[in-house]
Design a protein around this ligand. Structure first.
Ligand code: NAP
Length: 258
């Protein structure tokens, strides 16, 4: 059965994607590490919407995890018609002081697993002439981010990769979009060690609005969707700023955020 795979469905935007898709009657595969949360969500969505919801636990930072996940999906007789590559995290602080493995994990989850899953589902989508991949990037993708260097670089990777893939498969009936949210109310900021600033607080977006933008983007096959008017203006304006200024401003904001 055609099914949507949502990574990072145990919290925040992933939980929102799962809820929105289930409401539309879409069968789901949910994955993350916190399987108790996934099971609780799956139970709710089955009862509320009558959809099939499959839960597979995976630590996407672990080597081999994406291969095991795709093998589990195939063994269950499922085929993926929408991949929401959403799982991700960041870490705020000086690169040299932050834990090495935590930062390598950002590359593994935000980039490596995202690429591996896209590569796992694309051949079937191309063969069917239909399907979609929504990669969750960030407004962090548009400039370097001192004091959160690996996270910003990971999202620049996601944006560039998604745009390139979009061009490669657009004539094959397969849609690929990058969603770029700005600051959004989820567990992300706590996990990343970003304490709130009043000015930062004012621009928090609601996760449901970001989810709506993402699903609309992949349905319309928009290569890139920046969520929110202020974020769109900021992402556009960065293109006209000297790169030195963009990175200095971003670094100043990130440094003060602690
Ligand atoms: N919130 C924001 O301000 C913001 C802004 C721009 C972009 N984003 C992006 O949006 C996406 C979703 O983040 P969110 O805001 O919803 O954050 P969140 O509430 O912290 O949720 C992150 C999700 O990623 C999963 N995840 C993290 N590490 C994982 C791992 N090793 N293996 C498998 N799953 C893992 C978590 O599941 P488990 O912990 O259960 O494994 C969780 O379900 C991320 O890619 C993030 O970079 C967020």
């Amino acid at each position: 059965m055609p099914t949507a795979l949502v990574t990072g469905a145990s919290a925040g935007l992933g939980d929102g994607f799962a809820r929105a898709l289930a409401k539309e009657g879409q069968d789901l595969i949910l994955t993350a590490r916190r399987v108790d949360r996934l099971e609780a969500l799956a139970t709710k969505l089955r009862a509320a919407h009558g959809v099939a919801v499959h839960v597979f636990a995976a630590d996407l930072a672990r080597p081999g995890a994406t291969e095991e996940l795709l093998a589990d999906v195939a063994a269950a007789g499922l085929s993926i018609d929408l991949l929401v590559n959403n799982a991700g995290y960041g870490a705020r602080g000086g690169f040299a002081e932050l834990d090495r493995d935590e930062q390598l994990g950002i590359v593994d989850v935000n980039c490596r697993a995202l690429v591996a899953l896209a590569h796992g589902v694309l051949p079937q989508m191309i063969a069917r002439g239909s399907g979609g991949i929504l990669n969750v990037a960030s407004t962090a993708a548009f400039q370097p981010g001192p004091w959160m260097a690996v996270y910003y670089a990971s999202k620049a990777f996601v944006l560039s990769f998604s745009e390139a893939l979009h061009e490669e498969v657009r004539d094959k009936g397969v849609r690929v979009s990058a969603l770029c949210p700005g600051p959004t109310r989820t567990e992300f900021a706590d996990r990343a060690g970003m304490k709130d600033l009043a000015s930062f607080d004012a621009v928090w977006a609601d996760a449901d609005a970001v989810v709506r933008d993402g699903l609309a983007a992949v349905r319309a096959n928009s290569a890139v969707k920046v969520s929110g008017t202020i974020n769109t203006l900021m992402a556009d304006s960065v293109r006209f700023l000297p790169r030195i200024l963009a990175r200095k401003v971003t670094g100043t904001i990130q440094k003060r955020r602690g």
